[in-house]
Design a protein around this ligand. Structure first.
Ligand SMILES: NC(=O)c1ccc[n+]([C@@H]2O[C@H](COP(=O)([O-])OP(=O)(O)OC[C@H]3O[C@@H](n4cnc5c(N)ncnc54)[C@H](OP(=O)(O)O)[C@@H]3O)[C@@H](O)[C@H]2O)c1
Length: 332
């Protein structure tokens, strides 16, 4: 079967399509025909080797951290899944990736694909939707009527987070550049801040919750734009920037200190700051699937690429201009 793999860390060109043996299923696992996967910024950071200190793969390694497809084989001890079921999943990044014709998925990290989604749409959702869920539900515990600000509304995480926050009954504000204004309004945003001209703290009422999906001074903006007691969920560690500046080991330490600095400055300002890292979770994905079935969350696809063009798909994500998600379509 075909798999998109890297044999060395580096630019998008390191990705090649290899012929590899079909994987074998173990207890608690599913063997899945992968119809589509998607590319996230973290795939490009891992491919460059920028996260090597915290996650070092044995190369060659298959890229891809979320996917959708059909169950081919069910491992021992698995309940709730049958051969032929359509499933989607964002597996643990420590294992092999899923940009391949078949993949082994842990049943506990997988959910049934909502009937109203194509495989391409389903593949676009798990990683970003679980991230939004971990921030808005688990970390910030968003309640109806909360004022929620999303810094970075038009990207993969932002486009789902807007819809999830609305489904939770929040009043939602987002930052976006002018070209993304219509998109975020269509997704349900109540207020849009053009970050190229204005600052959230100058134009919005103090916020109860902020999801920080942009790097740089996003953490400080969140503190200034929120009220005392607000819950702030930060998902950008800026590790690649620190590694580029200081090298792998000092850079990783500096990124860790930067995250601690955010937490401390939030605390000193009377906010609760959390550095959130998405966890694989089939049950949370099933809850997200319900929202999708009810029409509350609709995936936003920026572009689609064939598996042979996976390097192009990575370059598109690295442009930083993605509206929603970049999807890779696999062949049978
Ligand atoms: N901790 C975790 O578990 C976790 C999980 C998922 C993602 N992440 C991280 O979160 C970040 C966002 O992920 P993503 O998938 O949403 O990225 P993405 O899809 O690449 O986001 C691209 C979007 O970001 C917007 N953007 C860029 N700079 C901005 C700014 N200063 N203010 C507002 N919008 C801005 C761009 O819109 P404009 O053209 O409008 O600027 C673009 O549409 C990445 O760094 C990613 O690695 C972390």
């Amino acid at each position: 079967m075909k798999a998109a793999r890297l044999h060395a860390y580096g630019p998008a060109d390191v990705l090649v399509i290899d012929e590899v043996p079909e994987p074998t299923v173990g207890p608690g696992e599913l063997r899945v025909h992968v119809a589509a996967s998607s590319v996230n910024p973290v795939d490009t950071k891992l491919r460059k080797g920028a996260l090597k200190v915290v996650m070092r793969w044995k190369l060659p390694h298959t890229t891809g951290l979320d996917c959708a497809g059909t169950v081919l084989e069910v491992g021992q001890g698995v309940s709730g899944f049958s051969v032929g079921d359509r499933v989607f999943c964002a597996p643990d990044p420590a294992g092999q990736g899923v940009c391949s014709e078949q993949a082994i998925l842990k049943a506990s990290e997988t959910a049934l694909t909502p009937d109203n989604l194509s495989d391409a749409q389903a593949a676009s959702l798990p990683l970003v939707a679980l991230t939004a869920y971990d921030c808005l539900v688990r970390s910030a515990n968003v309640q109806p009527g909360d004022k929620v600000l999303i810094l970075g509304g038009a990207g993969g995480v932002g486009t789902v987070a807007i819809q999830m926050a609305k489904a939770l009954g929040a009043e939602v504000s987002v930052t976006a550049s002018p070209r993304n204004r219509e998109l975020v309004l269509r997704l349900g945003a109540d207020h849009v801040v053009d970050y190229t001209k204005e600052r959230p703290q100058d134009v919005l009422e103090p916020q109860d919750v902020v999801l920080i999906a942009v790097g740089g001074d996003g953490g400080q903006t969140a503190i200034r734009a929120s009220r005392k007691g607000a819950r702030l969920a930060h998902i950008v560690g800026d590790l690649p920037l620190f590694v580029e500046k200081y090298g792998h080991y000092v850079g990783t330490l500096a990124a860790g200190l930067n995250m601690a600095r955010f937490w401390l400055s939030a605390r000193l300002a009377g906010r609760r700051g959390a550095n959130v890292v998405k966890k694989p979770d089939g049950l949370a994905l099933s809850k997200i699937a319900q929202w999708v079935e009810e029409g509350a969350i609709v995936p936003v696809i920026d572009s689609e690429f064939a598996m042979d063009d996976v390097a192009e798909a990575h370059r598109r994500v690295e442009s930083g201009k993605v509206q929603g998600k970049v999807v890779v379509l696999h062949t049978r």
